[in-house]
Design a binder for this molecule. Structure first.
Ligand SMILES: [Zn+2]
Length: 191
């Protein structure tokens, strides 16, 4: 049965997978599928959609609490589980976060063990990004001081839906897959 390309697992198993409650046998069964079952992505999205309070369509998940959604104004925006929006998904969402930077050896040692693994002060810094509404920590990056904020994942959503899933989005456009982060920072430079 697992060799059948039309194989479809029960959505309840996907719920358990998302919640981390799936048992070992079923987990192994899913891992050993020769091909991922048809429709798994949409089942997964359906389960995620059940678990958020808002109804905007989830296009993709970026992290435990972070999603790219199509909102009520038909814009593709990055959104937190709590409902906070971080703007157009083509702009690095981190620019709209609260940020804590650990620069001193002492502050970095608070989150690193053992001692030899602590980044060297002056050569590296730890940036922690928080949702300004619910205060959830959404990302952490360790970089050299002055390094631009890392845009961790900027997916080509249209190509993914069209070529991989075979279900093109109705608002497909060449303009979507174009990083707009510099538009935001250039506005800052003017201010
Ligand atoms: Zn939030």
């Amino acid at each position: 049965m697992d060799n059948n390309n039309d194989f479809q697992i029960d959505i309840e198993l996907v719920r358990q997978l998302v919640d981390g409650t799936i048992d070992d046998d079923n987990s192994e069964r899913l891992l050993k599928l020769p091909r991922k079952d048809v429709g798994r992505f949409f089942q997964y999205i359906e389960v995620l959609q059940e678990r958020v309070k808002w109804t905007d369509r989830i296009l993709m998940r970026l992290g435990d609490n972070l999603y790219i959604v199509k909102n009520k104004e038909n814009k593709r925006v990055t959104k937190c589980s709590c409902g906070q929006e971080f703007g157009d998904y083509r702009e690095n969402w981190k620019l709209n976060c609260k940020v804590r930077i650990r620069k001193t050896g002492e502050s970095m040692a608070e989150v690193y063990t053992p001692e030899p693994s602590v980044p060297e002060q002056g050569w590296q810094e730890i940036r922690e990004f928080f949702c300004p509404n619910c205060a959830t920590q959404l990302a952490v990056e360790v970089v050299a001081p002055g390094y631009p904020i890392v845009f961790e994942m900027f997916p080509d959503i249209d190509t993914f839906y069209r070529d991989y899933l075979g279900v093109p989005l109705t608002d497909e456009s060449e303009d979507w897959y174009c990083d707009h982060t510099k538009k935001v920072t250039s506005e800052w430079a003017k201010g």
